[in-house]
Design a protein around this ligand. Sequence first.
Ligand code: NAP
Length: 328
Amino acid sequence: MSGSKLMTAVRVSEHGAPSVLRLCTGLTAPEPAARQVLIRVHACGVNPVETYIRAGTYGRLPALPYTPGSDAAGVVEAVGGGVSTLQVGDRVFTTATESGGYAEYATASDDCVHKLPDALDFLQGAAIGIPYFTAYRALVHKARTRPGETVLIHGASGGVGVAACQLSRALGFQVLGTAGTAAGMKLVVDNGAHQAFNHTDEGYADRIMEATGGRGVDVIVEMLSNVNLSRDLHMLAYGGRVAVVGCRGSVEINPRDTMAKESSIMGVAVFFATPEERKECGAWLHAGMEGGWLRPVVGRQYPLNMAAQAHHDIIECPGAAGKIVLTM
Ligand code: NAP
């Protein structure tokens, strides 16, 4: 019985610095309720939002104590009542968990659990959830990007950025991406961008404009709006859209810059996706896994007992190289 299993998991009992992520052993593994599955977790993605929640600075906070982690990958260990689409032994990845993915076992609602094809390993499975669903939401549901349009993935070397590059290329967009290092720029091109630029270079925005023949880009998927939003408005073509995915503070813009191009700034929050939108996105991503264009890129890997280091590094260490993943 799953209830008798003991597990190791990361627990957060107070908000604060990465050191509040404590590794606890001998915890009782959760049991799946109706419409839930219990997953033996092999890997779990680390997302920046988990650091904001841990620090207590995010708008929506879980009750303490809690275990972080929404992007788990592993094998179904047990299923609760009413689960018809998943079976014990299935390889899966999640877009959300009930009990937390930084753990050896986690429960998740069946509509947040997706089958992981054999071609992808568990590390890659842990790099799909939030990044790919966010990329799809920004590009398709919010910016309504159309084939033939030019997109700039502003911050393309991290978890969401790599996903956005792959998705954009598969959808027939002209893809420009930025990174902060030469290795990051190579990664961006290797994952679907037609051209890459270094967002730490003076004048890189001019080079992006040159790459579009002076016309500007139709859509910007923005990972650091508090730094880039004002400049973004000058890089848009007529009718352009900025999809605000990442933001770590305030920024001053001149609203007149939106009038000059009749452009739009739109917020993106992946958790607002409706069940229908999640289903649509899931279907598209499965097509990508079958077709081979969806290839999650795993960057730095950390064992579960180094979760605090992973939280430090995802915020403090530039030079992203794909998704940061914890291994169990
Ligand atoms: P990540 O893996 O840590 O990647 C961060 C990215 O930002 C890297 O590509 C990094 O490039 C880039 N970056 C650094 N400085 C930049 C600059 N000046 N201009 C543009 N990009 C810059 O994080 P992630 O998982 O991709 O998430 C990216 C952001 O989106 C985070 O702020 C996260 O909280 C947010 N997010 C929001 C949602 C939502 O629903 N709205 C969902 C998921 C994530 P280098 O390291 O190469 O410099």
